[in-house]
Each structure stands twice: as C-alpha cells, then as structure tokens.
Ligand binder design. Structure first.
Ligand SMILES: [Fe+2]
Ligand SMILES: [Fe+2]
Length: 214
C-alpha cells in the first residue's frame, strides 16, 4: 500500500503502531492528522522512503480502539482521562523538586512545573466538558448538532499540541543530562509517557471518535 498519499491521521487508524514511528520523527499525527505523509516529509526534509519502510515493517498492534462508540468512549475515559489525572500531579511535583534543586545548572528545565500545571488545569477543564456534555450526547445518538462542540474540543487539542512541543523543547526531547539524578531521570520519563499518552488520546478523539459525528 502506498502510504505516502494517505494523511498521517489515516495511517495511524489503519496502522496503530505507527504512533511510535511518528513520535520518533516528531510527526504530529493527532492535532495535524489531516496532512498527507508525503507533504509532511517534504516540508520537514525527512526521508519519505525510510519512513514508509519503517511503517511497512510494523506488525504489532499499537493503540487499541474499540469499534462501538460507547465502548470507545469508555476506553478513552479509563485509559486516558483517568490515567492523566493520576500521573500529572506526580510529574508536576517532580518538576518542582528538580527545578529547585538544580536551578544553577544550564540544563535545568526552568518553567517546566508551571507548564505542566497549566497543561493539567486546561486538560481537566477539557476532559470535564467531554465527560459531562459531549460524550453523553454522542452516546445518546445526536449527530450533526455536535459539529460546533467538536470544533471547540479540536481547538483545545491543537493548543495542547503546542504545549507538548514546548515541553519537548524544555526537556531536550526528554533526554536528561548524563549525570542527572534519579528524580531528574524519572521526571523526563514521566514527561515522555505523558506526551505519548496525550498524543494517543487526541488521536483516538480527532481521527476516530469525532469523525463519526462530522
Ligand atoms: Fe478526551
Ligand atoms: Fe479531548
């Protein structure tokens, strides 16, 4: 199959394990899922043939997406909304510790704790709207009237995507200094996990769930 003509969002739907390949190449498959693979590669100067070869080599299933809307929504809440709520406070706490202990070092991720706090606050507000209003409406079967609220949720997702890019910059793409302490390492591993989970979460909503109502 010629993957280059498909959008990156479509590729992740048919080949869920592609999320790992796209994250490695910093290709945004969740908020900018409509872009075709060939144009993304051209715009970024990436080796299209090499990326296609990596995608064709994928076999293992990646992001799990149940077929029915109520099951998909239940999965999104259990696997992503609840997991973000559990993990963000720990990562924010570690960021505060690292920033205060290592403030004199050039590699110190200054502003990371505040950035994570803002992300978590925005996300809580966003997830609450999905859980209280949008998802129940989807389950009850109202269709076209959801275009506007879905558009607002997708706008939130795009803003989250910008904050994720900022987090990757602050943490040097989640690579701690060679001599970093255990907390610093755990912090960057936690940030990388948040990044992966948030991108999968947004992908399931933008490219699979929301499309059924647009
Ligand atoms: Fe969500
Ligand atoms: Fe969302």
């Amino acid at each position: 199959m010629a993957l280059q003509h498909l959008s990156v969002g479509e590729i992740v739907v048919i080949l869920p394990a592609a999320t790992a390949v796209f994250r490695r190449h910093k290709i945004d498959f969740c908020c900018k899922g409509d872009a075709r693979l060939a144009s993304v590669a051209e715009g970024r100067g990436l080796d299209l043939a090499a990326i296609e070869a990596e995608l064709h080599a994928l076999e293992s299933p990646g992001v799990h997406a149940p077929a029915e809307v109520p099951d998909l929504i239940a999965h999104i809440i259990e696997r992503y909304h609840k997991v973000h709520r559990r993990e963000f406070p720990t990562v924010i706490e570690m960021a505060r510790r690292v920033e205060s202990v290592h403030q004199a070092r050039a590699e110190c991720p200054r502003g990371l704790a505040d950035l994570l706090s803002r992300m978590f606050e925005d996300l809580e507000d966003h997830q609450h709207k999905e859980e209280a209003v949008l998802f129940p409406a989807m389950i009850s079967g109202v269709g076209p009237v959801l275009r506007h609220p879905i558009g607002r949720m997708m706008q939130d997702h795009a803003e989250l995507g910008e904050l994720l890019a900022f987090m990757a910059d602050l943490t040097d793409d989640f690579v701690p200094p060679d001599d970093a302490c255990a907390t610093w390492r755990a912090l960057y591993a936690g940030c990388s996990k948040l990044d992966a989970d948030l991108r999968e979460h947004v992908h399931l909503e933008n490219n699979i769930l929301f499309r059924r109502f647009l």
